[in-house]
Design a binder for this molecule. Structure first.
Ligand code: SF4
Length: 343
């Protein structure tokens, strides 16, 4: 098997690590891996080479697409705009039903040595050429390509573009404190509201994800939440109620929640989420006081309705915004301010 050395790739030293005797402690995500010489962390893209931690996936783009912002999904952030969406291989979780497992769970050496490195300037240039309003760090887990995302984001900001994370939220408070200095919006995937589910199916922890959501909110980053509803795993009514309460109480009732339909993928082959299951979850969310609840991965259109007077404000056909009646972020009928960034 080929081994990545400092000659195989143009190596980029990682951020957030320190030495512990002959091993290295990575402080980027909540796993806090202790990495032996010549070994990688759980994400398989940060490696201890000759006593330094390197980001192996720096600039190794495995996906780059122009997507409607609604596809990320964001329903309250720059509606109707396009987001230049990029990913590198790697993830710090291993969800049994991962919808992007071919790239998120890619083997370290096999994938990385074959992918040419892209300069952050090229990403920003492409986003501008495509007339995107933002760059989205997405598809896999952007936390594990933090250094590349950061370098790109700083240039993007200078060029007038917004920066968006679509993330599982498993980042340390230390790294998150840096992230919020250059991020504009985040969609955090809260995959369940049960630590045992996180441990068994994703090989991760719930608590750091909740802490990240609270910290992003406190820092003024526009936040939307997504949950992929997997039958028999995270669709227990009490679990959903508790998750809805967390969003309402800790993040605010104005925080949009996307409840998405699961389809069999990767190691999981139970039937897709029923539409009735999505409707039940939406009902629980509204009972908890959430004002903006959206079904995802369904054929139905999604609408934003004024929580005060009931006027239809934004209508979407799939990922396309087909109607936007907002007047400077307010309901034109009753003048209620609708949370979000509508510019
Ligand atoms: S980013 Fe997370 S999974 Fe990857 S090496 Fe660091 S602590 Fe481990």
């Amino acid at each position: 098997m080929e081994t990545i050395t400092n000659r195989t790739l143009n190596l980029h030293e990682a951020w957030f690590w320190h030495e512990e005797e002959d091993r290295l402690r990575c402080r980027l995500c909540a796993h806090n891996c202790l990495i032996a010489p010549d070994r990688s962390g759980i994400c398989r893209v940060r490696k201890n080479i000759d006593g330094k931690l390197y980001s192996l996936n720096y600039g190794r783009l495995i996906a780059a697409h122009l997507d409607p912002i609604e596809k990320k999904p964001f329903n309250h952030f720059l509606p109707g705009t396009q987001s230049f969406s990029i990913a590198t291989p790697g993830c710090n979780l291993a969800c049994d039903w991962c919808q992007n497992w071919q790239i998120s769970q890619a083997d370290e050496v096999g994938s990385l040595t074959r992918i040419p490195e892209v300069d952050p300037k090229k990403v920003v240039q492409a986003a501008l050429e495509f007339n995107a309003a933002s760059i989205a760090y997405t598809y896999t887990e952007p936390v594990v390509f933090y250094e590349f995302a950061r370098d790109t984001a700083l240039l993007a900001r200078e060029a007038g573009l917004k920066n968006i994370f679509v993330t599982n939220g498993l980042i340390t408070p230390e790294a998150n404190a840096d992230l919020v200095t250059w991020l504009d919006a985040a969609n955090v995937d809260i995959k369940a509201f049960d630590q045992d589910v996180y441990r068994k199916y994703m090989h991760g922890s719930l608590e750091p994800v909740l802490e990240t959501c609270k910290a992003l909110k406190a820092a003024g980053i526009w936040l939307e939440i997504t949950t992929l509803l997997v039958p028999g795993v995270n669709d227990d009514p009490l679990q959903l109620q508790n998750l809805a309460q967390f969003i309402a109480n800790d993040l605010g009732t104005d925080t949009p929640w996307h409840i998405s339909r699961y389809y069999p993928q990767y190691k999981f082959d139970s039937p897709p989420t029923s539409l009735k299951g999505i409707e039940k979850a939406e009902h629980l969310a509204r009972m908890a006081g959430l004002r903006y609840v959206y079904p995802g991965n369904t054929a139905s259109s999604t609408q934003t309705v004024c929580p005060s007077c009931g006027k239809l404000l934004v209508d979407r056909d799939g990922y396309r915004t087909v109607l936007n009646e907002l007047d400077d972020g307010r309901c034109p009928r009753c003048n209620t301010e609708i949370a979000g960034n509508w510019a």
